[in-house]
Design a protein around this ligand. Structure first.
Ligand SMILES: Nc1ncnc2c1ncn2[C@@H]1O[C@H](COP(=O)(O)OP(=O)(O)OP(=O)(O)O)[C@@H](O)[C@H]1O
Ligand SMILES: [Mg+2]
Length: 375
């Protein structure tokens, strides 16, 4: 158990690529933190610096109260699980899990205790006598995690541990990691490019892009109040819709105007905008697909759209719409209450109306890409 503190951590590779810029984060003891972001944003580099597998070019790294910038990986009291499991093929699952403990000259009795306990937690007891190649991908990944658990590390580091698994197994293992976390009560730093994994696993998530932290927060905070367009688009699936719109400051308060419709903002939004002294300006309006309602008839604040694609997902439809000024909009529509007549209206080329309440609207400055209210 330990906290991990990154102060102004920086990584410049030999080829002068700056992979991580001024990374500041305090990971609390027993916290589960997820680094998430697109390929190449510096997630693995940051994790590998914590592990000691990569030199730190600048800044201070602490595990607990100890500065570990120059401490050998084996002396950092961490264990890392990689994407490609890296099991030893010629020895049994038991010996794979026991390997690091034997290196530490632990007694056979203690090794037996730890390996069988970890195998129990992971549900792989019956495979202890097998070789890795006699296991499925998911079972191998469990062995790789088991190998880390037996070391009883202060900090668990995981770099995309599920990305080699098929979708079904990945969902199952994700749930198992949530359970695992309850059983092995320690600090986790987990890297993924998958926002669903980040949202479901993390106490807090760190959204990264191009070597910079974009936002740190609980999954709910990052979802509800994305600080900029990048975070807004990255978190949530299908992606948030972005529409060209205009913010009007009027005598009665602020309104958002798009496609001939004016939607008044709510009290909180009004207070925040006027406190920041924001005037009338062009904006990029963000609205999530699940926060948009479909109407079959025009109402006061409804926006006219044309159906482009209707994707049947079973419990819901994903409608791809285009607005009058060609913005494309995706809407999630539950199927359960749709009548046969309504279903038949949801065909390519038909007109529809959409609407959303003020509270689900995210307002971004098109130039700075920042959230006008939350940044
Ligand atoms: N050994 C290296 N030498 C030089 N540049 C590197 C090295 N390793 C990584 N980089 C660069 O550093 C940046 C960050 O890489 P990193 O592996 O940390 O990204 P990532 O977020 O883990 O991406 P992915 O999701 O693809 O694993 C990238 O631009 C990458 O090309
Ligand atoms: Mg990586």
């Amino acid at each position: 158990m330990a906290s991990v503190t990154l102060e102004h951590i920086k990584k410049v590779y030999d080829n002068n690529v700056t992979a991580v810029h001024d990374f500041n984060l305090e990971i609390k003891d027993k916290e589960f933190v997820v680094f998430v972001g697109p390929s190449g944003c510096g997630k693995s580099t940051t994790l590998r610096m914590i592990a000691g597998l990569e030199d730190i070019s600048g800044g201070t790294l602490k595990i607990g109260d100890r500065i570990v910038n120059d401490v050998e990986p084996k002396d950092r009291d961490i264990a890392m699980v990689f994407q490609n499991y890296a099991l030893y093929p010629h020895i049994t699952v038991y010996e794979n899990m026991a390997f690091s403990l034997r290196l530490r000259k632990m007694s056979n009795e203690e090794i037996y205790k730890r390996v069988t306990q970890a195998a129990e937690i992971l549900g792989i007891t019956e495979y202890l006598g097998r070789k890795p190649k006699q296991l499925s991908g998911g079972q191998r990944q469990r062995v790789a995690i088991g190998r880390a658990i037996v070391r009883d590390p202060a900090v668990f580091l995981m770099d995309e541990p599920l990305s080699n698994l098929d979708a079904k197994l990945r969902n199952q293992m994700r749930a198992e990691i949530i359970l695992l976390r309850k059983r092995v009560d320690t600090t986790f730093v987990y890297v993924t490019h998958d926002q669903t994994e980040a949202m479901t696993l993390g106490d807090r998530i760190v959204v990264m892009k191009d070597g910079f932290i974009q936002q740190v927060g609980t999954p709910q905070e990052v979802f509800d109040t994305p600080i900029n367009l990048f975070v807004a688009g990255f978190i949530g699936s299908p992606q948030m819709n972005f529409l060209k719109a205009r913010l009007n400051k009027e005598a009665k308060g602020y309104t958002v105007e798009l496609l001939g419709v004016k939607i008044p903002l709510n009290q909180d939004q009004n207070a925040a905008l006027s406190q920041k002294g924001i005037g009338t300006q062009e904006i990029t309006l963000g609205v999530r697909p699940e926060h948009t309602s479909v109407l079959f008839e025009k109402t006061e604040h409804a926006i006219e759209c044309t159906i482009q694609v209707n994707e049947m997902m079973g419990s819901e439809l994903h409608l791809h719409l285009s607005s009058l000024n060609k913005d494309s909009i995706i809407v999630r529509l539950p199927t359960i209450d749709l009548t046969q007549d309504q279903r038949s209206q949801l065909a390519y080329g038909n007109k529809m109306f959409i609407t959303f309440p003020a509270k689900v609207m995210h307002l971004f400055d098109p130039k700075t890409e920042k959230n006008l209210i939350y940044s």
